[in-house]
Design a protein around this ligand. Structure first.
Ligand code: COA
Length: 340
């Protein structure tokens, strides 16, 4: 005979994205601007990556990660018609915090007046926003949280070595945010998700604190501490394969086919990687959003920036099926398939 009472059945809660926002620094750095610093050309960068320009913070003017985070979540709250103190939690996916301590999420909470909402940063590089979206979704579904703000933000321009043409051509700065809320309609929310990492491949993309941390595949003498190191070829290979496996895995979990997904909102790391996935799944161009030409790779800011642009362009409607996909340093990869 069981001595304990059965747990009550949790209420069936749905989750909706009710607000979005994003922020880009005003300063634009074109490929020609980069070509005036390192040996490269607009043509080379565009052909290899699809990037024409990126937005970059003016650190000298005090512009940084925190500003972008505050601006994006403030806009998301305005569009959700909520006050910051109505949030239960703020999660900020970022690897380029202005301060090591406290978390950016806490500083955003303070700046926006989020009262006693919980707040923490989530470090998963370019996967940070989608990891955070999945965590926030599941916390709401679990019944302990009702409203969560999720930010994805990075200012990688502060972490790249502008003498290293292998990395400095790729990255730009941006933040994006969403506000999630519980709803009585349990059909709304995440239909399937996948979250993965391969920790043994971390040397392919990392930021050494000092020379001693530089792994043997890199030329130690040319490495600048606290700057991103990348094995471009290895990351490219990982991204092409993983991106496609991730989409396939997520579709299989949800029991859907690619043509049943209305929009793919993907991390913008390289137009060729996106194009390869589009071809494999037969996704028409209008269903796979691309803005890398205008903003470059904005790490954790990439997916929420794309989503905010789509929402503001009126391209996201109630009832749509939307897949968020990201991958990055770690190596990490993650997806989230939503019924809006
Ligand atoms: N401009 C001009 N030439 C360049 C260059 C640049 N910015 N960077 C490298 N080259 C040169 C190389 O020196 C090499 O010359 P060589 O053949 O004489 O040796 C040649 O171009 C090819 O270099 P390679 O590194 O093989 O280029 P690539 O086709 O792999 O493209 C990346 C480089 C970085 C664009 C590509 O590897 C990539 O996109 N990787 C994934 C990066 C990524 O997505 N990172 C973030 C993940 S979230």
């Amino acid at each position: 005979m069981p001595t304990h009472r059965p747990l009550p059945t949790p209420p069936r809660v749905g989750v909706r994205i009710i607000g979005t926002g994003s922020a880009l620094p005003a300063r634009v750095v074109t490929n020609d601007d980069i070509a005036s610093i390192v040996q490269t050309t607009d043509e080379w960068i565009y052909q290899r990556t699809g990037i024409r320009q990126r937005h970059v913070c003016e650190q000298a003017k005090g512009e940084g990660n925190l500003d972008l985070c505050i601006r994006s979540l403030r806009t998301a709250l305005e569009s959700a018609r909520l006050r910051a103190d109505e949030l239960d939690l703020i999660i900020c996916g970022t690897i380029s915090q202005d301060l090591r301590c406290p978390s950016t999420a806490c500083m955003v909470a303070g700046a926006l007046g989020a009262g006693r909402a919980a707040a923490w940063d989530l470090g998963a590089a370019c996967s940070g926003f989608v990891y955070g979206l999945n965590v926030a979704h599941d916390l709401i579904r679990g019944g302990n949280y009702r409203r969560i703000g999720v930010i994805g933000a990075d200012t990688v321009s502060a972490l790249v070595d502008y003498t290293n043409r292998g990395t400095c051509i790729l990255f730009g700065d941006a933040a994006g945010a969403v506000v999630l809320t519980a709803t009585d309609d349990p059909t709304k929310g995440c239909l399937a998700q996948a979250n993965h990492a391969n920790g043994s491949a971390w040397p392919d993309l990392f930021m050494p604190g000092d020379e001693a941390m530089v792994t043997e595949e890199y030329d130690r003498a040319s490495v600048r501490p606290m700057c991103l190191q990348m094995n471009g070829k290895a990351v490219f290979k990982f991204a092409v394969g993983t991106f496609q496996e991730l989409i396939a895995e997520t579709l299989e979990k949800a029991g859907l086919t690619a043509d049943q997904v209305d929009l793919f909102v993907c991390h913008q790391s390289n137009a060729r990687i996106l194009e390869a996935a589009r071809e494999r799944f037969g996704i028409p161009p209008e269903k796979l959003y691309i803005n890398i030409d205008r903003v470059g790779n904005t790490s954790a800011g990439s997916v929420p920036l794309c989503y905010d642009e789509l929402v503001r362009a009126g391209r996201v409607r109630e009832g749509m099926t939307v897949m968020f996909v990201a991958f990055g340093a770690g190596l990490t990869w993650t997806s989230s398939l939503w019924q809006m």
